[in-house]
Design a protein around this ligand. Structure first.
Ligand SMILES: [Zn+2]
Length: 83
C-alpha cells in the first residue's frame, strides 16, 4: 500500500500517518500535520466493518486529495454574451 503523504494543505509541513488497531475490531488510523492542528481520520465508526488497511488507504487518499480548481485567468466572461 502506498502511504506517501503530501505536505499539509494548510501550512505545507510534513504529515505523518499513525495506525492504531484497537480491540473489538476497532481501528483508528489518522494523519496529522507536524506543523499545525490539521488532522484527518477514518475509523470504524465512519466506515463500519472496514479493516485497518482499508481505513488507512481511505484516509491517505483523502489526505492526498487536492482541489482541481485552477486559479482564474483574466476576467470572467460577462453575463449575456453566451447566446
Ligand atoms: Zn499543517
Amino acid at each position: 500500500m502506498n502511504t506517501d503523504l503530501k505536505p499539509c494543505p494548510f501550512c505545507g509541513s510534513p504529515a505523518s500517518l499513525t495506525a492504531l488497531n484497537g480491540t473489538n475490531h476497532y481501528a483508528f488510523p489518522y494523519i496529522e500535520c507536524g506543523g499545525c492542528p490539521a488532522r484527518m481520520t477514518h475509523d470504524t465508526y465512519t466506515m463500519p466493518g472496514a479493516k485497518l488497511p482499508d481505513l488507512m488507504e481511505a484516509v491517505v487518499a483523502n489526505w492526498n486529495r487536492r482541489s482541481e480548481t485552477k486559479p482564474k485567468e483574466g476576467p470572467e466572461p460577462e453575463e449575456g454574451n453566451a447566446q
